[in-house]
Ligand binder design. Structure first.
Ligand SMILES: [Mn+2]
Length: 295
């Protein structure tokens, strides 16, 4: 069995179909399938792109056809769900605030689904937070090991579980780490577009990339000062094979660590939709990446 772990699709229906065809899937009665392959999506299939419902239909069809496709929860879908659940402690508020910035993030999804939004959200709320398959662990952004296991009793983000998470700081920290990964503030007035900076826990070469993304040249010092804390996020050489998306990396798909494989190279300017095809007997290598242009 070959597992194709597919990066953040974000409503790019055409790129998704191009990628599936390039990987060897064929359209069987309206559903993409292959007898020897299983597509596993790392989530973030909504927002941004021009064809969000059509993208969801393709992926949902592959999962529900029983062809072995799977998906894990990601920050964009979780954010949308949490904006529709009342906060368990702060009366009159939602778990995710409906600020103008938060609403802008999900605007395309809400517009495009229109009166099908509730049904789509019902489906999102059935996704698992992570998947263990053979020697692989698939999740959206970051895995610290034990910390995420706090969430083990929560296998889907229905309203009851979202309330449970937002009522407990420990669960909320694990949820944020799993779906968004560690982020650091660069201090007042130095945030890029008002956002915190993502720490690329899997990449030793990250400093130059972070400088490019943030324009902050002492980012290396900043990371160094946080050294103790950052160690928590590093994945040991002998750990399980981790697959994740989320990081919208620049440049051609490449390996950062042999056992922590990012499949999201969808940087908005010149990115591509990417899959990594894993087969236990084949080892790990960059030749197992496949990608297509995003437009
Ligand atoms: Mn993401």
């Amino acid at each position: 069995m070959i597992y194709d772990v597919i990066g953040d699709v974000h409503g790019m229906r055409r790129a998704l179909e191009n990628l599936l065809v390039k990987l060897g899937y064929t359209n069987c009665d309206g559903v993409y399938c292959s007898p020897e392959r299983r597509a596993i999506f790392v989530g973030d299939i909504i927002d941004r792109g021009p064809e969000i419902p059509a993208t969801c239909d393709i992926i949902r069809g592959m999962i529900e056809a029983g062809a072995g496709a799977g998906i894990v929860m990601a920050n964009h879908e979780a954010n949308l769900l949490a904006m529709h659940v009342g906060h368990p402690i702060h009366e009159g508020e939602y778990c995710r605030r409906r600020s103008s910035r938060n609403l802008a993030q999900v605007h395309e999804t809400i517009e495009q689904f229109d009166n099908q939004l509730d049904e789509a959200m019902d489906w999102f709320s059935t996704w698992p937070l992570w998947l263990e398959l053979d020697d692989m662990l698939v999740f959206h952004a970051c895995w610290r090991g034990k910390a995420e296991l706090d969430l083990a009793g929560i296998n889907k983000l229905n309203a009851k579980n979202i309330k449970r998470i937002f009522a407990q700081n420990k669960l909320l920290a694990s949820y944020n780490n799993l779906l968004k990964g560690p982020e650091f503030s660069l201090g007042r007035g130095r945030q890029k577009d008002g956002y915190d900076v993502r720490y690329l826990w899997f990449a030793r070469e990250q400093v130059s990339d972070a400088v490019e993304r943030t324009g902050v040249h002492d980012y290396a010092n900043h990371i160094h000062k946080n050294g103790q804390r950052l160690k928590d996020f590093h994945h040991g050489k002998n750990g399980k094979l981790l697959f994740f998306g989320h990081y919208s990396m620049h440049g051609a798909p490449r390996l950062f660590q042999k056992n922590a494989i990012c499949v999201d190279f969808s940087n908005r300017k010149k990115g591509c939709l990417t899959a990594y095809s894993h087969q236990k007997s084949q080892g790990v290598g960059e030749k197992h990446f496949t990608s297509v242009a995003l437009d």
